[in-house]
Design a protein around this ligand. Structure first.
Ligand code: SF4
Length: 192
């Protein structure tokens, strides 16, 4: 049996827009906006996550990717393990100090623009592992854009984190990565 289809077309009375477009000027047959907004819109709806999972939070991420929660709905279904092609590093799990240089290496191999999400208490702050061997938060080695609290965070919280990342990406100026402030941030982590 054919599935009912809804078309996302202006002017149809019984149709809701799936997603609002960027701010701009619209008239009959035209729409204009700024390059920043178009690039932001494209980037935020096509995030390629790199899951760096070391422990139990990774299992929760698997649930987030699976059919019930389905991260693909947010344009993030292309999960990759190749840093050079991904733009969102998702660190999930306990990061031992021995593992810290590996996380940093992966981050450095990612091309700009790149974003980082710390999922769960361990990645954000060391969690319950307040010991000599565990890194007390990945922001000690790389800059983090969004923290997702919880031990483990539920998939809803992960999705909320992805939406926050999308918001950041959508509103990011194209010049941000060349700004002095951004360079200073990188230098504070010893990154050129
Ligand atoms: S935050 Fe909790 S669930 Fe996540 S890796 Fe740490 S101990 Fe495991």
């Amino acid at each position: 049996m054919a599935r009912p289809v809804q078309y996302n077309i202006y002017g149809q009375t019984d149709v809701k827009l799936v997603k609002e477009g960027p701010e701009g000027y619209m008239g009959e047959g035209f729409f204009s906006t700024s390059l920043d907004k178009v690039v932001g819109l494209a980037r935020k709806n096509s995030i390629w996550p790199l899951p760096f999972a070391t422990s139990c939070c990774g299992i929760e991420f698997m649930a987030t990717m699976a059919s019930h929660y389905d991260l693909a709905r947010f344009g993030s279904e292309r999960v990759g393990f190749s840093p050079r092609q991904c733009d969102l590093l998702m660190v999930m799990g306990t990061i031992a100090k021995k593992m810290a240089p590996v996380v940093k290496q992966v981050y450095l191999q990612m091309a700009e623009p790149r974003w980082v999400l710390a999922m769960g208490a361990c990645a954000s702050s060391g969690g319950i592992f307040d010991t000599y061997s565990v890194l007390q938060g990945i922001d000690q080695i790389i800059p983090v854009d969004v923290y997702v609290p919880g031990c483990p965070p539920r998939p809803e919280a992960v999705i909320d984190g992805i939406l926050k990342v999308q918001e950041l990406i959508g509103n990011e100026s194209l010049r941000r990565r060349n700004s002095d402030k951004y360079k200073q941030l990188m230098e504070s982590y010893g990154i050129q």
